[in-house]
Design a protein around this ligand. Structure first.
Ligand code: LMR
Length: 400
């Protein structure tokens, strides 16, 4: 009965790892998926995560019971505090509802399903370009997806005017997907002043912000600084949605732990929103997994562990920044044609190199360097030893 099926294409990001795993070359380098690697090129489990897991394992009072549909209460409270700030008026006024979801993707999907069912405007504007999965998440939930200008290839920076024009002509009430920080794939974020312009425009047109916060702490190394865009929108008392992921900032990729928060104008509305979110979640996966959320809650509620986490997080962010400098220096030393300053200007896990799909294919074939075909490289996958190899590959691709 499935004979008619055609071969499905691999995922544009996760498929890069599939291809990488098949390559027997000893010099291969995976800069596709945004996953942190150490200087030794190994995945990293944070020390504070190991400590939290040890505490959980030793606690004989813990069971493997179902969580409530909305997840671990303590985790939800702490997640809201992390993104909105300890002194958030919205939290104090009980205007925020937070539900534990399956990492960033799951949080976006639950939010999208909720909006498709209950929000009057079914159009969502996403930046061009954006993370490849956004279009699929929103369109499969039943929203109509449109794009707004974001990246300017000429300046390798933000197309601020294009962005404001496109959002200015979006229909009133439209949903707008915003990357809270460390825009994926471009590494280009609005300045605080530009964020303020975006906020004013969006509020004046009743556009509904939906933040994707997958890199809190990764852009600048500071959890508060990386939440400023979100907090700006919450401080004005208006509504917004936020999808949070702990994949990158706690290295909990495979634990699939994240949260969706919906900020409302009044506490009673937030209560009803939560009830409706439960109706969305229950038929999808009943309730979320317990382990990852317990790790996060253990760390966030303990001052000492929280501090240890911020130090380890900063170390990851700093290593990525140092990779940027090293790659830039290596290209400079080779005299590689082009302005590569974007490598040090962009922030977060990724560099949007400007290399085209042919150049990427060349680098993969000749140098066994794996990256997404849009020219995005995960700086988090690079280490000092491999910088020369990558610089050689880029140089060869640009000068051939
Ligand atoms: C990425 O963009 O590489 C990450 O967000 C991983 C993913 O799921 O695509």
């Amino acid at each position: 009965v499935f004979n008619h099926l055609v071969q499905a294409p691999e995922d544009p990001i996760l498929g890069v790892t599939v291809a990488f795993n098949k390559d027997p070359s000893p010099v291969k380098l995976n800069l596709g998926v945004g996953a942190y690697r150490t200087e030794e090129g190994k995945p990293l489990v944070l020390n504070v995560v190991r400590r939290a897991e040890q505490l959980l394992v030793n606690d004989r009072s813990r069971f493997k019971e179902y969580l409530p549909i909305v997840g671990l209460t303590e985790f939800n409270k702490l997640s809201a505090k992390l993104i909105f700030g300890a002194d958030s008026a919205a939290i104090q006024e009980n205007r925020v509802t937070t539900v534990q979801c399956l990492s960033g993707t799951g949080s976006l999907r639950v939010g999208a399903e909720f909006l498709a069912k209950h929000y009057h405007q079914r159009t969502i504007y996403i930046p061009s370009p954006t993370w490849g999965n956004h279009t699929k998440v929103f369109s499969l939930a039943g929203l109509s997806v449109k794009t707004y200008r974001y990246y300017d290839p000429a300046t390798h920076g933000l197309n601020s005017q294009g962005l404001l024009e496109d959002l200015g002509s979006a229909p009133p009430g439209a949903i707008v997907l915003l990357h809270a920080c460390a825009h994926n794939p471009t590494g280009v974020d609005p300045t605080l002043q530009q964020w303020e312009q975006i906020r004013q425009l969006m509020r004046s047109r009743d556009l509904l912000p939906f933040f994707d916060s997958a890199y809190q702490g990764f852009a600048s190394g500071s959890l508060d600084a990386d939440a400023q865009s979100v907090r700006m929108f919450v401080a004005d008392g208006g509504e917004c949605l936020v999808a949070q992921s702990y994949a990158k900032n706690m290295g909990l990729y495979g634990e699939r732990v994240g949260a969706l928060s919906i900020v409302c104008k009044a506490a009673d509305v937030a209560g009803r929103v939560e009830g409706q979110l439960k109706l969305v979640i229950r038929p999808m996966y009943s309730n979320p997994p317990i382990h990852g959320a317990s790790i996060v809650a253990t760390i966030l509620k303990d001052r000492d562990m929280y501090n240890e986490w911020t130090i380890e997080l900063k170390a990851m962010a700093d290593r990525i920044i140092s990779m940027r400098q090293q790659l830039f220096d290596a290209l400079h030393a080779r005299g590689t044609p082009g302005d590569w300053s974007r490598i040090i200007k962009q922030i977060g896990m990724f560099t949007f190199t400007g290399l085209n799909s042919k150049q990427v294919a060349f680098m993969t074939k000749e140098y066994h360097v794996y990256m997404t075909s849009d020219g995005r490289i995960s700086m988090a996958g690079l280490n000092s030893k491999r910088v020369p190899h990558l610089a050689d590959a880029i140089h060869a691709a640009v000068t051939r």
